[in-house]
Design a protein around this ligand. Structure first.
Ligand code: UT7
Length: 335
């Protein structure tokens, strides 16, 4: 019997309407459009505005669209994994909130947090449930409201992040399409360079933690940059080599969108021309768990059945990894 692989059979995304431009940011902190474009490559980022709105309010739009596109009734979904570092609340999981909003009543769900690698880790996890043969409809969501933990007084982090959500459907395939190989890694010693000090069990919210602005992203850019380039490139190249792939045989690199210079360096190490590298950071910034599925969503119409994709990421933790998958459908035929 042919082995079961987990194929992506649909993708949908959502970004909120409001666009925070570099021009507006330069009135909030000491920065310029020129610095942000040359050092990071971001022009604008979408921000979710509105009292009481959270990650699930973006994710539900993407999820409903995904169910429509894949002709899936909510009751058919057996597992929903929500990759996020900005859950609606500490508990219950945002997956539960989403399941309720979407009417997913016959399955289970949970959140997965692995910094900017959350979606890739969740994709591999979801794939395993499908490969086991037990589950036929698994949804993997990547969603973050990064504006909720971004300090708009800190010029070294506030230009980077944006809000967004996207989701993919995973279904069994026995014709060789879907997730073929993955390598996922953590190195917890990197956590000192990128974290949020307060709001967890070590430092629950107090007047002092708020006054010290400890509920925001803390990042030392340089060491994170260096680790991101080397780990993403090394892992993607390892995945290429052990699957007999070359720059020619790969159709697309789907890289985490943290910095256009990181993306270019990884593409170069893999021997890929720029036109094979998905890039949308200019419009969205770093949406953390949403970057990879938002790329798939933006490029869906150009994807063909049989295309060879490498997804690669790096994030807080440190966490990183790469997945090799064969695309399962012609994106231009999707209504
Ligand atoms: O997704 C999770 C993983 N995260 C990442 O992959 C992020 C990795 N890191 C980076 O992308 C980059 O390190 C940053 C974009 C965060 C920073 O870029 P950089 O080229 O590493 O800049 P830097 O931190 O070395 O700062 C260079 C200069 C400094 O000034 P001095 O000390 O040279 O006078 C900063 O104070 O740029 C200054 N600077 C800014 N200037 C204008 C820092 N932020 C800004 C700003 N506008 N927004």
């Amino acid at each position: 019997m042919a082995s079961i692989q987990a194929a992506i059979t649909g993708v949908a995304g959502y970004v909120p309407d409001y666009i925070l431009t570099n021009e507006e940011l330069s009135r909030m902190v000491d920065t310029t459009d020129e610095w942000i474009m040359t050092r990071i490559g971001i022009k604008g980022r979408h921000i979710l505005k509105g009292e009481g709105l959270g990650t699930s309010d973006m994710a539900i739009v993407a999820l409903r669209e995904l169910l429509r596109k894949t002709h899936t009734a909510p009751e058919e979904v057996e597992l929903l994994i929500c990759a996020t570092v900005t859950p609606d609340m500490q508990f219950p999981a945002t997956a539960n909130v989403l399941a309720d909003k979407a009417g997913i009543l016959n399955g289970f769900g949970f959140d997965m947090a692995a910094g900017c690698s959350s979606f890739l880790f969740a994709l591999e996890t979801g794939a395993k449930f499908v490969e086991s043969g037990k589950y036929k409809k698994v949804v993997v969501v990547g969603a973050d409201k990064m504006s909720s933990i971004t300090d708009y007084q800190d010029r070294s982090t506030c230009p980077i992040f944006g809000d967004g959500a996207a989701a993919v459907m995973l279904e069994p395939d026995t014709d060789g399409y879907g997730v073929i190989d993955a390598k996922l890694m953590v190195d917890g010693s990197g956590r000192k360079h990128l974290h949020q000090v307060a709001g967890g069990s070590c430092y629950p919210a107090t007047m002092e933690t708020v006054a010290k602005r400890q509920h925001y992203i803390y990042q030392e850019g340089q060491p994170v940059f260096k680790a991101a380039v080397s780990h993403m490139a090394d892992t993607a190249v390892e995945i290429m080599e052990r699957n007999g792939l070359t720059g020619e045989s790969i159709d697309w690199l789907v890289p985490h969108q943290a910095n256009v210079r990181i993306i270019e360096a990884v593409g170069k190490r893999m021997g890929l021309p720029p036109e094979k590298v998905m890039v949308n950071i200019e419009r969205y910034g770093n949406t953390t768990s949403a970057t990879l599925p938002l790329c798939l969503w933006d490029y869906e119409k150009r994807l063909k059945r049989g295309d060879r994709l490498i997804l690669a990421t790096f994030g807080a933790g440190f966490t990183w990894g790469a997945i090799y998958l064969k695309w399962a459908y012609d994106g231009d035929k999707v209504a």
